[in-house]
Design a protein around this ligand. Structure first.
Ligand code: SF4
Length: 410
């Protein structure tokens, strides 16, 4: 008789780092005999790879869990009397990633339908956890825990994942691959939960990074994005980020690459020079400014001033002309007044970004800003968000047509 292969559906929310983590998980699961499915209905296991950066992202996860739980109960009632763990209590629901790390076992208190919770540094344990919850032995019960914790597993104590968990050789896309160069962040911007859920910054060795890229090139992939929460801070055994760009640029078979995300306080003219010299590097910089107000930048603990940021932009454009530039903006940060907002508006107008991602501030529990009064009313956040969105729409259109004009006259 043919052995039944369990099917896993992975839903990814959040940033590119999560996209890459989902690929890593997919690689681990397929290597352990699981089959991936794009159809959640036929899945035995559903993994939600979550984001904790904004409240909105978390709300999406809770409503997804609610939907899945409802479906599971419907299946269970149609199979009444069937024992658990005979494959009928499907799908198993696992919450993985930043939200898992942030809430740990508290997730089970909010939804008893979640079966397991795994933080980003523990994703290597997922195949074993699924096996333990669905295998013959069937359950993990932590003595002394209240009954809702029966049959639940949570793994959120890992501090750093082993090298092989960054690199399983599995890439979803056949042309482009994300490659993690560093993980975590030690900047502690006051609004951001990343340093708490991903831990302090850790860099992978250039040897491992290059080996991973070469492996992907051997699979026919020729375009790459180097990933990290703050790639500019990369440093490993005397090689800094500019040095790494040079090494990656020199790889045979690699046609094009780019990187995200940069931090203005760690971005320098030296980096722009290295970017200019790397012929395969896409001339694109995502440089989050977050606010145009020095007072708000200070409250955000960003470590640079408006003036410093504008100087960087100026140097970047002079050295890399023509080059793309994008940013992130947060409106409605605690104590943001009309004057601060106007500074952001003016900065956007002055710089003329190719594109910008605009967000409304939301409190992230445990961060320094959570202790500040969230005093910009929601309606005002919406108004500021709408104004900046509209402005950027007009700017993007203008910048694009100017560039196209330039192309046709050159
Ligand atoms: S640099 Fe700031 S915003 Fe970016 S991940 Fe680190 S703490 Fe968060």
């Amino acid at each position: 008789m043919k052995k039944y292969t369990k099917k896993v559906f992975i839903k990814t929310l959040g940033c590119q780092m999560n996209v890459r983590d989902s690929e890593v998980i997919a690689g681990l699961l397929t290597a352990n005999g699981y089959q991936l499915t794009a159809d959640p209905i036929e899945a035995d296991v559903i993994l939600l790879n979550t984001c904790a950066v904004r409240q909105h992202a978390e709300e999406k996860v809770w409503s997804e869990i609610g939907r899945l739980a409802k479906r599971r109960r419907k299946i269970a009632s149609s199979l009444e009397g069937a024992p658990r763990n005979d494959g009928n209590n499907k799908p198993l629901i696992g919450v993985v990633g930043c939200m898992a790390q942030n809430y740990k076992e508290k997730i089970f208190e909010r939804s008893a339908d979640v079966d397991f919770v795994v933080g980003p540094s523990d994703i290597g344990k997922i195949p074993g956890i699924i096996e333990s919850l669905t295998g013959k032995k069937g359950q993990t019960t932590e003595s002394g825990k209240s009954s809702i914790f029966e049959r639940k597993i949570w793994e959120t104590d890992g501090e750093a994942r082993p090298e092989q968990i960054y690199h399983t050789g599995f890439f979803q896309d056949k042309e482009h691959a994300y490659v993690v160069i560093s993980e975590g962040c030690s900047n502690f911007c006051s609004y951001c939960v990343v340093p708490y859920v991903r831990g302090p910054i850790r860099h992978r060795s250039q040897v491992d990074i290059l080996r991973e890229i070469k492996g992907a090139i051997d699979q026919g992939i020729s375009k790459f994005t180097l990933l990290g929460q703050n790639v500019n801070a990369y440093e490993y055994e005397g090689i800094d980020f500019a040095g790494l760009l040079k090494l990656v640029n020199g790889l045979e078979g690699l046609k094009e690459f780019s990187f995200i995300t940069s931090h203005p306080k760690d971005t320098s003219v030296d980096l722009f020079r290295a970017m200019a010299e790397a012929c395969k590097l896409k001339k694109y910089l995502h440089l989050p400014v977050q606010s145009g107000s020095d007072r708000i930048l200070k409250a955000m603990n960003r470590g640079y001033s408006r003036e410093h940021y504008l100087q960087l932009v100026d140097k970047y454009r002079k050295l890399l002309k023509p080059a793309l530039l994008s940013t992130d903006i947060i409106v409605g940060f605690p104590s943001e007044e009309e004057g601060d907002f106007q500074d952001t508006y003016d900065l956007l107008k002055d710089v003329g970004f190719d594109s910008a991602y605009i967000f409304k501030y939301s409190v992230r529990p445990g961060t320094a800003a959570a202790a500040m009064q969230d005093d910009v009313p929601q309606a005002e956040k919406e108004r500021r968000h709408g104004i900046i969105l509209q402005l950027q729409k007009e700017i993007s259109k203008k910048v694009k047509s100017k560039k196209e004009e330039g192309k046709s006259t050159s």
